[in-house]
Design a binder for this molecule. Sequence first.
Ligand code: SF4
Length: 298
Amino acid sequence: MNLPYTTYSEYLAGLFGPGKVQKISVNAGYGCPNRDGTIGRGGCTYCSNASFTPGYCLEGDSSVAAQIARGKEFFARKYPDMRYLAYFQSYTSTFTSRGDELQRMYEEALAQPGIVGLVIGTRPDCLPGNVLEVIGEFARRVPVIVELGAESSHDRTLRRVNRGHTWSRVEEAVATLRAAGARPGLHLIAGLPGEGEEEVLQTVERACALAIDTIKMHQLQIIKGTPLHKQWLAGESDTEEWDVERYMRLCVKIIKQVPRRIAIERFLASAPPGMVASPSWGMKNHEFTARLHRLLRP
Ligand code: SF4
């Protein structure tokens, strides 16, 4: 089906040629500056790292090579010819002053058979000069995609969810990463406290004005035990109740806004159902995408 947007697999095919390329999550072992007091305390009000860390990352052995081996074992059963991206995902994976340590981990990742590039998840305010240098050095060798947690372009919302950075910080980080040769992408959340459709579309519009390669989008999930969950239980979260059809219609509008040069990686988060207080759509990412694609048919 000819879709009216660039999918993430099309984007990866543009970088690596035809054939499947899969991200394997790697935990670099760093924490989060928005939790330990470096930037803030308590973290973003919606954050539960366990909800987006795959099971193969939770086991004891923490070497990069061992994590990649486990990830490959997980995926290779289905697709033996798969190539992989090492995805440094957990918490803030550049939260270190040790550029040499990052360098060693990225080298270790690229030394594993089948690894063709790096994906680095981080905050826009966690890219000091030595980290950028290392990213730039690897970006000269392989594609390096840097996923920045931006979430919203509205500073009011960013304050409210305790993000600890502003939208202008996101704009700066995108420009600096691009200058270093990396491929920046933004992670955005729809339905944050105080936000409706209009605010989300404004954020997408502002994101599309930046030199990004990708947008990774998902609906807000209220994860049990988070500060947001407590606010929600007390009726103080100021979040709108979205049903899946309404969110899907918003995704159609988003797709119309995003130019072809930017790939959209995903639209849905699906944390384990037992962890989610709201919304309970009971839908997997591939089911949502299939329904969305049917809606996009002319
Ligand atoms: S979402 Fe990211 S920046 Fe926010 S508390 Fe969680 S790990 Fe830290």
